[in-house]
Ligand binder design. Structure first.
Ligand SMILES: [Zn+2]
Ligand SMILES: [Zn+2]
Length: 135
């Protein structure tokens, strides 16, 4: 088991997470579009207690929407860091976009593809596709 390092855009938050992840997923839901500024979020699923915050814990803000799971970001630069209910949920999502090292594992599934935007095209990557979440 090895670890990958991650940071936010301003560098205030630094964390590390063990790999391989339990699952690697791209979520195309409406919420992920809003927070990502793009088609959605790419996520590695792991246990919340395995996410190790090295620096900047005080900069991390967690937002709990009315529907769906809590999402955490850097309050200085806005970088999207964790989702899926981190830090309280047992299992959470780590945004692959926040990792600093090349992440070469293939995407296993695209979820919430029913929310695909007209300007979004799914890659021909052989990954599973699910209308909502993976069963
Ligand atoms: Zn930041
Ligand atoms: Zn989503």
């Amino acid at each position: 088991m090895s670890e990958l390092a991650g940071t936010c855009l301003c560098g205030g938050v630094r964390f590390a997470v063990p790999v391989p992840f339990a699952r690697v997923t791209v979520c195309h839901c409406e919420s992920c579009k809003k927070i990502s500024g793009g088609g959605g979020t790419a996520n590695g699923r792991t246990r919340s207690d395995e996410v190790r915050i090295i620096e900047g814990e005080g900069l991390i803000t967690t937002y709990q929407p009315v529907e769906g799971s809590a999402k955490s970001f850097c309050s200085r630069c806005g970088t999207n860091l964790f989702g899926g209910g981190w830090p309280e949920a047992e299992v959470c999502s780590v945004r692959l976009s926040a990792l600093d090292e090349p992440f070469e594992e293939p995407i296993q599934s695209h979820i919430f593809v029913r929310s695909l935007a007209p300007w979004e095209v799914l890659p021909d990557d052989g990954a599973e596709r699910h209308d909502v979440r993976a069963p």
